[in-house]
Design a protein around this ligand. Sequence first.
Ligand code: HEC
Length: 248
Amino acid sequence: MRNLLAILKHSLSISAIVLVGIFVFLKWVLPLFTAPLPMSLIGLYVALTFSALMIFYTMSGASLEEFMGPIHRFLVGEGQEGVAKIARLLLLILFPLLVGWQTYTSLAPSDFPPAESRTIHPAPPGEFVGLANPLQPTEANIQIGKGIYASRCSPCHGSNFDGKGTAAPGFNPPPANFRDSGTIAQLQESFLFWRIKKGGVGLPIEGKPWKSAMPRWEVELTDKQVWQVIMGEYDGAGQSPRTWEEEE
Ligand code: HEC
């Protein structure tokens, strides 16, 4: 028991525990409260912590010896026998192999397609720019729009306007989440009018590479119904369209 405690109190163990602890905290505990961090950022924090530990343990000769001593003795094989000897031999063989494998995999050509980016909000064709909604924002128009939304749009965009419709998991790109500040809240009504009328097939080349499943609603809805569904959409999602005044 006392032996275990001594091992745990050793600076090497403390460093390992701190590093693993930071990693576990950033990777699994923090996302419970906020958005998850990207792996590159977690790597950066762990590296910073590692540097801090190194600075701390190399500050005095005694702590340096405590920290590096076991590593040094292990590597030079001082007074080693049995398991320690085999472990050292294994390390000396496996480490160069690992570095070689790492180098090979990072340099070998891969058959994965390169990542392509998609312009989510490409410029609409000229005839749609600046169109204004001709309808009054009356309760009747909004309710009719919400009705159209419920029957036509909610299977993909979700009855909660959050992009989580029952059919949504099948599509890439996924149906837009209208509650997110990155979709309709950023857009003008004329942009929605274009997207709803022309759908995924109406997207210009920079809106690819994937085929959007967004239907071309001009086939089934009249212009009036499209304007109504736009009003229902904004109202239901608790957003308002971007206007010219805001942009100035
Ligand atoms: C078959 C599934 C499906 C249905 C049904 C559907 N959509 Fe979509 N919609 C999508 C997908 C997928 C996208 C995201 C890709 C894109 O931008 O084209 C999208 C995008 C949109 C966008 C663009 C949002 C942005 O940020 O650019 C609007 C607006 C929209 N949909 C409105 C509607 C409306 C209104 C209806 C009903 C009349 C509807 N959608 C029905 C699949 C669907």
